[in-house]
Design a protein around this ligand. Structure first.
Ligand SMILES: [Zn+2]
Length: 247
């Protein structure tokens, strides 16, 4: 018998894909005990879906909660949500083109939020970075904080820094990656982490020499196949989760 969804207007397969995305990001070491991934509600663009507050590797389809863009759960009896769910609500509010958001603290990316040197697209799989990678410094608007994006005002400031880009760094915290759909946001979060490693290696090798990273034009061209043939990566990662969970 096919399993059913506990949310109106959302199929079980959509919940399963979102739960799988969480586990994929954990397997790829983009998230650990922390970090989260969401999708815009498929039938209600003014809502989004995100798991309850739980380690990403443990998420199941039944853990997905529906939120409005103020990041209040639709079900008043929903289980406790992530403190930083406002990241998702405010990005969906400011970016109608975004259908999925990943927030992570992936370690190789952190240094680029701490230094006054931009992250560049070092290879074709990270082509989406060639448009530019802004850094959100929470202290700029909010002074000394616990660094968490824990209300709408902080989420809005982060969304403003992100602007029309796909990825933003968060100083001394982590990063966000977005996409039109779940598969693309997951791909970008994973390849932002890989790109950060490659840029660190390359900078060490180059010493003071030039680094021939992708130009913005090359990045625009190379991002197109990533969004089609590149989705082979999603099929592989999704199957790995399905073979261990059955969904
Ligand atoms: Zn965080």
């Amino acid at each position: 018998m096919a399993e059913s969804s506990h949310l109106t207007g959302v199929s079980f397969e959509q919940l399963a894909d979102l739960a799988a995305a969480s586990r994929i990001l954990a397997r790829q070491e983009v998230v650990d005990a922390f970090g989260h991934v969401s999708i815009r509600h498929p039938a209600r663009p003014d809502r989004y879906l995100l798991s309850r507050s739980i380690a990403p590797a443990l998420v199941t389809p039944g853990d997905i909660v529906e939120y409005d863009l103020d990041s209040n759960s639709i079900d008043p009896d929903a289980p406790k949500g992530f403190l930083e769910r406002f990241i998702h609500g405010e990005i969906y509010r400011s970016r109608p083109d975004v259908g999925a958001v990943v927030h992570s603290h992936s370690p190789s990316v952190i240094p680029f939020g701490l230094i006054d040197r931009p992250m560049h697209a070092m290879f074709h799989n990270a082509a989406f970075l060639s448009a530019g990678v802004p850094t959100f410094d929470i202290s700029r608007n909010f002074g000394a904080t616990d660094m968490l994006v824990c209300d709408c005002a902080k989420g809005r400031a982060l969304a403003e820094t992100l602007g029309d880009k796909d990825v933003a760094l968060m100083r001394a915290h982590g990063s966000v990656a977005c996409g039109l759909k779940l598969e693309i946001a997951v791909f970008r979060a994973i390849y932002t982490e890989v790109n950060a490693r490659i840029q660190t290696w390359t900078t060490g090798l180059a010493e003071n020499g030039t680094i021939a990273f992708l130009s913005e034009e090359e990045g625009q061209l190379a991002d197109l196949p990533n969004q089609t043939a590149g989705m082979r990566a999603w099929d592989l990662w999704r199957e790995e989760v399905r073979s261990s969970t059955g969904w």
